[in-house]
Design a protein around this ligand. Structure first.
Ligand code: ZN
Length: 453
C-alpha cells in the first residue's frame, strides 16, 4: 500500500508531494515531488505518530469520578484508595473492553502505539487465574482488536512500601514475588505470537516502594533486556520514604545502584535535584512524562530546562487516562513549565519552535521507550504515521515552520484524520475503523460495572 501526502516531515526535513510505500509494516520507499497513483491513500500533512509511553488502561473507567472534594484535603493518596476499591470489581472481560476503548481513543488522538504498564494480574482475592497471564492476554486482545502497536509491560509489585512492607488488601491483585513474576513474563512473551511483529513485552518494576534491591537485581538479570519502565519520583512522600529506607533520593539511588541505560524509561521523574536531572539525562534513559495526569494528581512540574539542556530524551504518556489527548499532553507539559518559571517558550534549547521540539522530541523518545523502531519518517522505519488536516482553521494560516506550534498550542485532536500503527490504517476520516463496536461494548461494560460498585 502507499500514502500520498501533500507535505510530510521526513528525518531530513519537509518534503512535498510525497509517496510513502509501506511493506510489512515498514516504510519501504519515499518519493518526493511526485504524484498520487490509483489506490493511494491521499492525505494533507503526514507526520511521525507518537508513542503513548505510559498507560494504565483500566483507570479510564474512573475518569470524572475523583474530582469531587471530600472532607479534608483531597490528595494523590485518597485518589489511590478509590482506584484500589474500583479494581476489586473488574472482571477480565471488563478489563479487555475498557482497554479497547482506551487504545481506540489513543489512536484517534494520534498515537500509533502504547506502553501498557500492567499491574492488575490476579483475581480480586489475590489468587492467580488458572492461566497466570490471563489479564496480560486481555490487554493483548484489546491490542488485537484496535491493532495498536503494543509494548506490554507486566509490573513487578511485591511490597506496600520501602523495607518490604507486606501488601495491603487493596493491592492483592497486583502482587507477585520474583519467581512468579518471571513465569508471568514468560507466558506473556509466548502470547506475543498472537500479535503483530512490532509488538513487544518488556518489564516494569513498579517503583522503589514496591520492590527491593535484591528482587530488582534478580528480575533484571532474567528479563532486563528492555524495555524496562519504573515509576520513580512522583510524589514528595515517595522521595522521603525512599530517602528514609534506602538513604538516597529515588533517581539518585537508581542511578547509583542499577545499570540504567537507553533501554530504560523513568516514569514521573518529577522530583529531582539538578544533579539527579543531569545524571538521568546522561544515562540515556527516557523521561516518561505524563503532564495531564501529573497535573490532575497534583504531582508537580518536571525539571524540563535542565533536562533538555543536558541532552535528555523524553516522551509522553496518558497514564491514568483521565483525558486522552496528544495535543493537550504536549501543551500541558510546556504550560507547567511556564507557570512555574513565569516565562514563555521554555521547552526548547536555544532558539527554535517549542511545538516542534516537543512533538519531534516526544516522537523519538516515545519510540525509544517502547522499543519501537519508529519516531521519524525514514526508509526502513516502522510506519507509525499520522495525517493532519492543515485546512482546519487552527492550522490553515500557518507556514511549515509554524505548523507544530499551531498543532501543540492551538489545535484540538480533531485535526488528526488518519493514523497508521506499523502500517495498519486504523483511523480514517478521524474515526477508528472499529469505533462503533468498541464504544457499544464499553457502554455495556460500564453499566454492568457500576451496578456492582
Ligand atoms: Zn503510572
Amino acid at each position: 500500500m502507499a500514502i500520498f501526502a501533500k507535505r510530510a516531515l521526513l528525518s531530513t526535513g519537509w518534503a512535498n508531494n510525497l509517496r510513502v510505500e509501506i511493506e510489512g509494516g515498514r516504510i519501504a520507499a519515499l518519493h518526493a515531488e511526485t504524484s498520487a497513483q490509483t489506490d493511494d491513500v491521499s492525505v494533507d500533512t503526514l507526520l511521525p505518530a507518537l508513542a503513548n509511553l505510559h498507560s494504565h488502561a483500566f483507570q479510564r473507567a474512573m475518569a470524572g469520578m475523583t474530582e469531587y472534594r471530600m472532607a479534608g484535603r483531597d490528595s494523590f493518596w485518597t485518589w489511590r484508595d478509590l482506584m484500589y476499591r474500583f479494581t476489586t470489581h473488574l472482571t477480565p472481560d471488563q478489563i479487555q473492553k475498557i482497554a479497547s476503548l482506551v487504545y481506540m481513543e489513543m489512536q484517534e488522538a494520534g498515537y500509533a502505539s502504547v506502553g501498557e504498564f500492567h499491574y492488575l494480574h490476579h483475581q480480586p482475592d489475590g489468587s492467580p487465574y488458572d492461566r497466570l497471564a490471563e489479564l496480560s492476554d486481555r490487554i493483548m486482545a484489546a491490542a488485537v482488536e484496535t491493532r495498536i502497536g503494543l509494548t506490554h509491560l507486566p509490573v513487578l509489585y511485591s511490597y506496600a512500601g520501602v523495607g518490604k512492607k507486606p501488601l495491603e488488601t487493596g493491592q492483592a491483585r497486583f502482587g507477585n514475588d520474583v519467581d512468579r513474576f518471571c513465569m508471568l513474563v514468560d507466558q506473556a512473551k509466548d502470547a506475543l505470537g498472537n500479535l503483530p511483529e512490532d509488538c513487544r513485552v518488556g518489564i516494569a518494576p513498579h517503583s522503589l516502594r514496591a520492590t527491593c534491591s535484591g528482587d530488582l537485581a534478580r528480575v533484571l538479570a532474567t528479563h532486563g533486556e528492555g524495555p524496562v519502565h519504573i515509576h520513580i519520583a512522583e510524589q514528595p512522600k515517595e522521595v522521603s520514604e525512599v530517602m528514609a529506607g534506602l538513604g538516597a533520593r529515588p533517581v539518585e539511588w537508581l542511578l547509583d545502584n542499577v545499570h540504567v541505560d537507553a533501554n530504560w524509561c523513568l516514569i514521573h521523574a518529577t522530583h529531582m535535584t539538578e544533579d539527579e536531572t543531569q545524571a538521568m539525562a546522561a544515562s540515556g534513559a527516557v523521561a516518561g512524562l505524563c503532564p495531564v495526569t501529573e497535573a490532575n494528581l497534583g504531582d508537580g512540574p518536571f525539571n524540563g530546562p535542565t533536562f533538555l539542556n543536558a541532552g535528555g530524551s523524553f516522551g509522553v504518556g496518558s497514564d491514568s487516562n483521565v483525558l486522552i489527548s496528544l495535543t493537550e499532553e504536549l501543551r500541558t507539559l510546556e504550560y507547567s513549565q511556564r507557570l512555574r518559571d513565569l516565562a514563555r517558550n521554555v521547552m526548547v534549547v536555544g532558539e527554535g519552535s517549542v511545538g516542534q521540539t516537543l512533538y519531534c522530541g516526544a516522537a523519538k523518545g516515545g519510540a525509544q521507550a517502547l522499543g519501537r523502531d519508529a519516531g521519524v519518517i525514514a526508509k526502513g522505519k516502522l510506519a507509525d504515521l499520522i495525517a493532519i488536516d492543515c485546512q482546519n482553521p487552527a492550522l490553515c494560516a500557518l507556514t511549515s515552520e509554524q505548523l507544530f506550534d499551531g498543532l501543540v498550542f492551538s489545535a484540538k485532536d480533531e485535526v488528526v484524520t488518519d493514523v497508521w500503527s506499523a502500517g495498519r490504517h486504523q483511523v480514517r476520516g478521524g474515526r477508528h475503523v472499529a469505533r462503533d463496536q468498541i464504544v457499544s461494548n464499553y457502554q455495556r461494560t460500564m453499566a454492568d460495572l457500576l451496578a456492582k460498585l
